[in-house]
Design a protein around this ligand. Structure first.
Ligand SMILES: [Mg+2]
Length: 164
């Protein structure tokens, strides 16, 4: 697969089932985390408890940063404040500028940084363009559980086959 749409780890898991130990074993020290679909449904303001617990545990091992394309700074700020994590809204992924700014703010070797997100054409592509590791997770629905049928991802994977 072409480097732009290459996924280092297509986990097929919701974020809260990602193993912290596995990330540490991959040398990951910092995580850039997408918000909508990854931490909670875009249609919800409630962060699922298991996501909160996963974030709390993550802070013991990793430096965290939320990086969202959502233009609503208020929504992303509220979520970031509840989780007590630095954030960027309106990040314009897959454009590189804001993500590169965050990476330089993390003060970490890019190979020890991973982006976690639910979309190939934003999260994964920006990760590859910035030479960091890429982790794809399942999109969360309004009930906090992974979406059974993610049409967006199916289409993105189909298109990825043709642009490799
Ligand atoms: Mg997303």
């Amino acid at each position: 697969m072409s480097s732009l749409v290459k996924v280092n780890w297509d986990s097929k898991l919701p974020i809260y089932e990602i193993s912290h130990l596995k990330l540490q074993n991959e040398g990951i020290k910092s995580l850039l985390i997408d918000v909508d679909g990854t931490l909670l449904s875009r249609q919800s303001n409630i962060i699922p408890t298991n996501v909160k617990n996963w974030i709390k545990e993550s802070k013991k091992f990793f430096s965290l940063y939320l990086i969202s394309n959502n233009p609503s700074n208020e929504r992303i700020r509220n979520i970031a404040q509840e989780l007590d994590i630095r954030y960027k809204s309106n990040a314009l992924k897959p454009r590189k500028k804001i993500t590169l700014n965050v990476i330089s703010e993390m003060n970490e070797d890019p190979k020890n940084i991973a982006i976690i997100g639910d979309r190939i054409f934003t999260d994964i592509i920006v990760g590859n363009r910035c030479n960091i590791q890429t982790i794809l997770v399942k999109r969360l629905s309004r009930n906090g559980l992974p979406l059974k049928l993610n049409l967006t991802l199916m289409i993105e994977k189909l298109i990825s086959i043709f642009i490799k």
